[in-house]
Design a protein around this ligand. Structure first.
Ligand code: SAM
Ligand code: ZN
Length: 275
């Protein structure tokens, strides 16, 4: 975790600012251990470079439980993610195309604070960190599954990019209001749980001129596709039509400005300001 992100963090219990105590640092200055204290009495440990705002795991759905397994975290970017968009969109969709779209739409090259919410192994977070290299800025990656952020941190270090990883809920983000220039959520709204609470949190942490970029799976057009989606929805995965999803964004004052649909894959750019 980088020192520069500490002033941008807030207690998820009371929104108070946090003080860093007993920091231990790696040779490159990264905070690898310590604690974040709030005046309300809450203490959030930093272990192995990851700030933990959640305590023991309490995954409410089967899909979320699966992400708590170290095997899922290990397999995610090795066995599934490189092929996911090509399979789901029905057209050739390599990382290069997806990451160029996401980093451009979110305006990463301009710098600022970028938060990748429900980041899993940190694919978007690493792309954001590469994109802001020449501008002043920070990238935070957040997921509620510890094995996912542990794997994400290892991957960021191997790629030599700076990302501060945290374990926190998408519905109570440990970030100051209005602090983020951009928020990304790649493929995770479908399993996030309370969608509206998550969207309200994204709106809260975004600056008024901030950008929110998502990649989300829509309801399948075919009867077979919808039957498969009905089966997985029992495990806690939800799908929406494009209009329904965009309406939920608007209800959270995140106004859709741009979208691109490829098969059931929808990329959106939404902004607090209507302009
Ligand atoms: C489909 S994966 C994310 C993929 C990743 N963004 C990418 O583009 O490779 C879903 C992730 O969302 C996380 N997640 C689900 N619900 C969450 C919540 N309410 N808060 C935080 N993380 C959540 C899971 O732990 C899992 O790692
Ligand atoms: Zn507090």
């Amino acid at each position: 975790m980088n020192d520069e992100v500490v002033p941008l963090l807030r207690c998820p219990a009371c929104t108070g600012s946090l003080d860093l105590s007993d920091p231990r640092r790696a040779a490159d200055g990264d905070i690898i251990a310590g604690a974040l204290h709030c005046v309300c009495g809450a203490v959030y440990p930093i272990r192995d470079g990851i700030a933990d705002f959640l305590g023991p795991p309490r995954p409410p759905t089967l899909a979320q439980l699966t992400n708590e397994l170290p095997a899922t975290a290990w397999a995610y970017e090795r066995l599934w993610r490189p092929f996911a968009l090509t399979l789901l969109s029905g057209e050739s969709f390599p990382y290069q195309r997806e990451l160029a779209l996401v980093t451009e739409w979110v305006g990463a090259a301009q710098g600022g604070l970028f938060v990748d919410v429900a980041c899993s192994n940190g694919l978007y977070a690493r792309a954001l960190a590469r994109a802001i290299r020449h501008a002043p800025g920070q990238v935070i990656g957040i997921d509620h599954a510890l094995p996912m952020v542990q794997e994400a941190r290892q991957r960021a270090r191997a790629a030599e990019v700076r990302v501060s990883y945290m374990r926190a809920s998408a519905q109570t983000l440990p970030i100051a209001s209005g602090a983020a220039s951009g928020v990304t959520i790649g493929g995770s709204l479908n399993e996030i749980g309370d969608l509206d609470a998550c969207l309200r949190e994204v709106r809260r942490i975004l600056a008024d001129d901030g950008r929110f970029v998502t990649m989300t799976l829509l309801t399948a057009p075919s009867a077979v596709g919808r039957a498969v989606q009905r089966a997985v929805s029992a495990g806690g995965i939800a799908f929406w039509s494009r209009e329904e999803l965009l309406q939920r964004f608007r209800a959270a004052e995140l106004h859709p400005q741009r979208y691109e649909q490829h098969g059931i894959v929808l990329f959106t750019l939404a902004r607090p300001d209507r302009a």
